[in-house]
Design a protein around this ligand. Structure first.
Ligand SMILES: Cc1cc2nc3c(=O)[nH]c(=O)nc-3n(C[C@H](O)[C@H](O)[C@H](O)COP(=O)(O)OP(=O)(O)OC[C@H]3O[C@@H](n4cnc5c(N)ncnc54)[C@H](O)[C@@H]3O)c2cc1C
Length: 496
């Protein structure tokens, strides 16, 4: 065994090649299907989805069951080898990318892709960590049920990754983030022991909630091998409206109006500023504005019925008419069919792509308390634009969750890399400072990973950082689980 001091804030303490005899132990535990040193096979998994981070790895481990994950962790802890749990590798913050030092091994959960138990009557499913979200959607739909969390990466993102990042998406307004849909988990802890918390207990007061501690931990406290997840009744009907409003303040009032009159049937409520819509219309082929007139802010609202025989269109038309009569809506159009609902969502989902086509931008996935968000959107954008000449600051997204994508677009004609490293970085810091001042979060959905670790340190009060480090140190004293992610390192202090 390699002697390691207890050091969760380690600095490259594994920066050494992993010896062949140690790799042989992993190979023996996993067999040929579960172990590879083939560079071509490993290569696609060494860079993050955005292509920002690039790692190195002597081998990729692909256990087929929980016992094999446990065996892998026991070998790793014995020799001080870092392990990077990986699902679909869709992390937006470099969370599943190993370091460039080659001191860690990827543990891919993709072979663990079985649905162990499907309990339609009880409204739950036990799925292994490597089940892809879309596969779970299809399994639920096939049984007239629904797993409501969805996001753009549903064809790749896995249950283990979604739990580890506490993913959000477009249905959070009604169902909450991934944590709310998790009834229990099975995980291999950093010493190789297996925590079986799969039983769905409605009441359980045995102290610390280990399931919820490991959820959102980004693979730093263990490897999730399976989860017991909540299912919902299938949708009977749905409808969508595209609505013009005067301001984010009015949009939030509209949301509250809808909620008070629709018994929790409003499932999505996305806000889109005029400049973002204009970029979509300019850069994304086949798009058109749903409304005439120049509405400074527009809202995409989706209404869902689960009871058979109730018509969502009629209910949404009535809601929109009432809101119009109250002066909350300037203009609105209800989608006439699935094609139009899809066209509304395409406008919303294409904003980032349209922005990329228009030039460089700094992107921030932030949250503040919901009721404070409308003022924040206006005031923070004005402050950033006043400080950095020529930039455009613009926020869009999940207003009802208090979570928007706050993007700062570069002045026309600048060199992207130079701008990002200089003024763009300063603009980002300003955004995060404003978020902190509003008691918000610098990561509403995507997590911390390696991208935001230093900024987390800068923006957090010392009590939070001390607690994070203490938890990490207690459960993973050797720091083998996803090194360099989430928990700020001692060396980060100098960067802060
Ligand atoms: C196009 C696109 C759209 C997206 N939209 C959204 C969105 O709307 N909302 C949102 O919240 N996110 C979104 N994301 C981010 C991403 O989908 C989530 O982070 C997702 O939860 C990651 O799942 P994954 O299986 O790909 O995990 P990976 O990317 O492989 O890993 C993510 C993190 O979880 C850890 N991890 C993975 N599996 C396990 C496991 N079994 N046990 C322990 N730790 C594990 C990894 O170490 C890493 O830290 C989007 C990403 C893309 C590419």
């Amino acid at each position: 065994m390699v002697e390691r001091s207890i050091n969760p804030q380690r600095v490259n303490f594994l920066a050494m090649p992993i010896a062949d005899d140690i790799l042989d132990q992993f190979a023996a535990a996993l067999g040929p299907k579960g172990f590879t040193r083939d560079a071509e096979t490993i290569a696609p998994w060494l860079s993050d989805w955005r292509g920002i981070y690039h790692g190195r790895c002597a081998a990729m481990l692909s256990p087929k069951n929980t016992a094999e994950v446990s065996a892998v962790v026991k070998i790793a802890v014995q020799h001080g080898v870092g392990l990077v749990p990986q699902g679909g590798n869709t992390s937006m913050v470099g969370g599943a990318t190993p370091s460039a030092d080659g001191d860690s091994l990827i543990v891919s959960l993709r072979r663990m892709n079985q649905i162990r138990v499907f309990d339609a009557d009880g409204g739950s499913v036990i799925a292994e960590a490597g089940v892809i979200l879309e596969t779970l959607h299809n399994a639920a739909n096939g049984a007239q049920m629904r797993f409501p969390l969805t996001l753009g990466a549903k064809g790749s993102a896995t249950i283990g990754g979604l739990i580890s990042t506490n993913a959000g998406g477009t249905q959070v307004l009604r169902f909450g983030t991934m944590r709310k849909l998790v009834l229990g988990i099975e995980a291999v802890l950093p010493d190789g022991s297996i925590y079986d918390g799969l039983a769905a207990l409605k009441k359980d007061n045995r102290g610390y909630d280990l399931t919820q501690l490991i959820a959102g931990a980004e693979g730093t406290l263990g490897i999730i091998t399976a989860a017991n997840l909540r299912l919902m009744p299938a949708i009977a009907d749905h409808a969508a409206a595209w609505i013009g409003v005067e301001s984010p303040q009015v949009a939030l009032k509209l949301l509250r109006f809808f909620e008070a009159r629709s018994a929790n049937a409003i499932e999505s409520f996305e806000i889109v500023p005029a400049d973002s819509l204009a970029l979509v219309l300019q850069h994304i082929s086949g798009t058109r504005a749903p409304l005439g007139g120049n509405w400074p802010w527009q809202v995409l609202a989706e209404y869902v019925e689960t009871a058979e025989g109730r018509v969502a269109d009629e209910a949404l038309v009535a809601l929109v008419n009432n809101a119009h009569a109250m002066g909350l809506i300037g203009d609105a159009v209800i989608a006439k069919n699935e094609g139009e609902i899809g066209a509304f969502w395409r406008l919303r989902d294409s904003i980032s792509e349209a922005e990329r086509a228009s030039g460089p931008a700094m992107q921030h996935d932030i949250s503040v308390p919901v009721e404070a968000m409308p003022d924040f959107m206006i005031d923070a954008a004005a402050a950033v634009e006043a400080t950095f000449s020529g930039v455009v600051a613009s926020a869009f997204g999940h207003l009802g969750d208090g979570n928007v994508h706050f993007h700062v677009r570069a002045p026309q004609g600048v060199d992207g890399a130079t701008w990002r490293a200089g003024e763009g970085k300063a603009a980002s810091r300003m955004v995060y400072d404003l978020v902190s001042a509003a008691k918000g979060s610098l990561s509403a959905e995507h997590g911390i990973g390696q991208m935001k670790r230093v900024e987390l340190l800068r923006q957090s009060d010392p009590a939070r950082i001390r607690a994070l480090r203490a938890i990490k140190s207690a459960l993973d004293p050797q720091g083998i689980m996803n090194p360099g992610k989430l928990v700020p390192l001692a060396s980060d202090v100098d960067d802060a």
